[in-house]
Write a protein that binds this ligand. Structure first.
Ligand SMILES: [Zn+2]
Length: 332
């Protein structure tokens, strides 16, 4: 009999997850409940078909479809509770969850109303051992002015639970330098700075995020594998890469960075990046939309050849690189 990929010990360790989008975490059954709230009958099979892609742009289309049903604060409360229940099954005790505030603003919603609803929905999970912190996210392709509005909305929400500002979306759209003032402002109001970079873009996008925007963690960053000097810099400055293996396979970002169409999870550069001394925050990105879980990503890391001590180290790093005060860190 082949032994399980993941030891019981690793599976049972409390974990932190740092790269996780709320809107990408809506399980098919919850999508059906959500669309029904708005008078649209959708089957789980149909959601399954929508949740299948062969490129990053097809994934973005599915993301747009599901978020089109997030119309009022109670919708956010529903999906936040759903995510919380899911994380408890994964031994997650701390999660930094990204909210697409840029999309809310585009739809002329009030982020503060949505945020208050999801904050109320998730606060009760603290007594069950799960703590949330929040990342306000702008979509890169919407430009710098809209990103600045996302930063400003943080002040209106007025909550210490909002720990960071980040940018995701189409990495190849607006040039990095256009966001300088936005990141300066984010720092000024006490937010940590994140950026998706080097997912489908080249290593220069990662460098720019660090040098021009002072990004403290990089979303994905797998393009670093193509730039040895950048790998040195990430290791020396201890800048974590938030690595989401299944996401990279399903969006074809991995195939693009490795320049091989048949790229599989076993080809992921995670072991090489880790063994180079780069901190890693192992995550799921959009677990429902990519049909994955955090435990499954640890199993994937084992599939790549990582050993028990290396997997343990990754669990620890999830807490070490979290944006919460050191005295609140579990496992620190
Ligand atoms: Zn992401």
């Amino acid at each position: 009999m082949t032994p399980p990929l993941l030891s019981k010990r690793i599976a049972s360790l409390p974990k932190a997850e740092l790269h996780l989008h709320l809107e990408g975490s809506i399980q098919p059954a919850t999508v059906c409940a959500l669309t029904a709230r708005h008078g649209v009958a959708v089957t789980e099979e149909e959601v399954g078909r929508r949740y299948a892609y062969s490129s990053f742009l097809e994934f973005i289309d599915a993301f747009k479809w599901v978020t089109s049903f997030l119309r009022e604060p109670q919708d956010y409360a529903l999906i936040a509770r759903d995510l919380a229940e899911h994380l408890l099954t994964q031994r997650v005790v701390y999660a930094e969850v990204t909210l697409s505030i840029g999309v809310m603003l585009l739809k002329k919603q009030r982020p503060e109303a949505n945020f208050e609803a999801l904050l109320r929905a998730t606060e009760s999970f603290e007594s069950r051992g799960l703590r949330f912190r929040w990342v306000f996210d702008a979509a890169r392709q919407f430009g710098a002015d809209r990103a600045m509005q996302v930063v400003e909305s943080v002040k209106r929400c007025n909550s210490k639970a909002i720990v960071a500002f980040g940018i995701g979306g189409d990495e190849l759209s607006v040039p990095t330098e256009e966001f300088r003032l936005v990141y300066d402002r984010a720092a000024q109001i006490g937010l940590h700075r994140l950026m998706h970079a080097g997912e489908v873009g080249g290593p220069e996008k990662i460098r720019e995020a660090i040098e021009l925007l002072s990004a403290e963690r990089i979303g994905h960053g797998i393009a670093a594998i193509n730039d040895p000097e950048l790998m040195d810099l990430l290791a020396e400055r201890k800048i974590p890469l938030e690595i989401c293996p299944t996401s990279n396979v399903k969006t074809a970002a991995l195939a693009r960075q490795l320049r091989r169409v048949d790229a599989r999870i076993e080809h992921h550069p995670l072991p090489k990046l880790l063994r180079h001394g780069i901190p890693i925050a192992l995550s799921t990105d959009d677990p429902a939309m990519f049909h994955t879980t955090l435990q499954e990503e640890y199993a994937n890391a084992a599939r790549m050849g990582l050993q028990e001590d290396e997997l343990t180290r990754i669990v620890e790093m999830g807490f070490e690189h979290a944006f919460q005060p050191a005295d609140e860190r579990r496992g620190a």
